[in-house]
Design a binder for this molecule. Structure first.
Ligand code: MLT
Length: 410
């Protein structure tokens, strides 16, 4: 008899975004005349074309594959040196990170889930609420939790509420945690953490021999130069943090797939006996055993994001999406809604109008305005009463969403 990993049976319903897609499909099939009107501001999926510099580099990469002399078979599992070095030069210059501390992968979603392979059982895992659901679900799958209660909170996780009272930045817990998930700019709330706040987290992690898993997938959207873009801007982080970065949202790679994880050689976990072991060594072993590298043309394309033309084109893309975020923010504010995010992040986090819960708002927006948003409750119980609007769309669609919001709520 083949037994299963029964931890999967603890998972609540489907993963959030497929569940939303399922509801939208059901609605479209039941209302074919309205289906063409649907505008998707739910999942944070980019909509604009890849930067021309990336397209060219990927074409060149494919051309190299076309002749025996320049063909590439298996690449280095950790990623090509040209890309790892470009990342160091353009993203981590002066931050004490070297190219061999960078691991190229096919996505931050996979990396933030897979990282659990190198950690033991029994860790106290601190997770913000609301949260990117991958952090929770992968811990459930790994057997790091008990069952969920009625509000969806899993036994064994240390939930850190992020509410308007703390500007959606978690307070340092009064108890010990071993693994701490932080995401800034935040998905879903769009909040950012100041240098002081991140310094407090690094101090807490070092005091507790804890590891911070820092998801910086939305770093490129930070507009305020005082806000740190990397946890490695904070002194001491090289001893206690791992950072996840992605080309998905800046370079528009959601359909191309390329990301990277930074593990300084100075970050260690401990054996059960308390002996320090560098996490870099464990992840390197894991990565080279279970992963064969991102494809060569994709890594060529990713490196082109850092070329002079690539930088300009990426900055135009970010400007486009942040322009959308501003329109969405302004529209919601003008309707008297309580709004956060959308200033240093592509997500606008909005309190539902009085008397409507977050799935109720999802249904209202879909049924009455044909706009797909993400219900805050899908990110955790503290997300109840909120909804998230993604700014990843065309300008025309965002203007239309603003008009429909005005019609719906005014
Ligand atoms: C989201 O909408 O939260 C993100 O697009 C999901 C992801 O990046 O996996």
């Amino acid at each position: 008899m083949a037994t299963i990993n029964s931890n999967f049976l603890k998972l609540k319903a489907g993963y959030l975004f497929p569940e939303i897609a399922r509801r939208v499909k059901t609605y479209s099939e039941a209302n074919p005349a309205l289906a063409a009107r649907i505008i998707r501001c739910g999942i944070g999926d980019v909509t604009e074309a890849l930067p021309p510099a990336v397209i060219k580099a990927m074409h060149d990469g494919i051309d190299e594959m076309a002749t025996r002399e320049t063909f590439h078979g298996y690449g280095p599992e950790q990623g090509y040196e040209f890309l790892r070095q470009a990342i160091v030069d353009h993203q981590f210059s002066g931050l004490g990170i070297s190219a061999d501390e960078i691991f190229i992968s096919d996505g931050s979603k996979c990396d933030t889930g897979n990282i659990l392979d190198i950690f033991g059982k029994g860790n106290v895992i601190a997770i913000t609420d609301p949260v990117y659901p991958v952090y929770v679900d992968t811990n459930v799958m790994a057997g790091n939790t008990g069952d969920a209660n009625e509000s969806g909170a899993y036994a064994g996780l240390l939930y850190m509420p992020c509410t308007s009272a703390n500007n959606f930045v978690a307070d340092i817990p009064s108890q010990r945690a071993d693994l701490i998930y932080l995401c800034f700019p935040n998905n879903p709330t769009g909040a950012v953490a100041t240098r002081e706040q991140l310094t407090a987290w690094v101090e807490y992690a070092r005091d507790n021999n804890a590891i911070i898993l820092f998801d910086a997938a939305y770093e490129a959207f930070i507009q305020d130069s005082a806000i740190p873009r990397s946890i490695f801007e904070i002194e001491g982080a090289h001893e206690c943090a791992i950072e996840f970065r992605s080309f998905s949202k800046n370079g528009g790679f959601t359909g191309v797939r390329c990301a990277y994880t930074i593990i300084p050689k100075s970050v260690s976990g401990r054996t059960e006996e308390g002996t320090p072991v560098p996490l870099h060594q464990l992840w390197s072993r894991r990565h080279s055993t279970k992963f064969n590298g991102a494809s060569y043309p994709v890594q060529k394309g990713a490196a082109a994001v850092f070329s002079p033309e690539g930088k300009e084109q990426v900055s135009a893309l970010i400007g486009h999406y942040m322009g959308n975020a501003k329109l969405l923010r302004d529209a919601c504010i003008s309707l008297g809604l309580e709004v956060s995010g959308g200033v240093n992040a592509p997500y606008v986090w909005v309190r539902c109008p009085a008397g409507i819960d977050s799935w109720g708002m999802f249904d209202k927006m879909l049924n009455e305005a044909q706009v797909v948003i993400t219900p805050g409750a899908g990110f955790g119980s503290a997300g109840e009463g909120y909804f998230r609007i993604s700014a990843f769309n065309s300008r025309a669609n965002v203007e239309e969403v603003c008009a429909r919001l005005r019609y719906l709520i005014a």
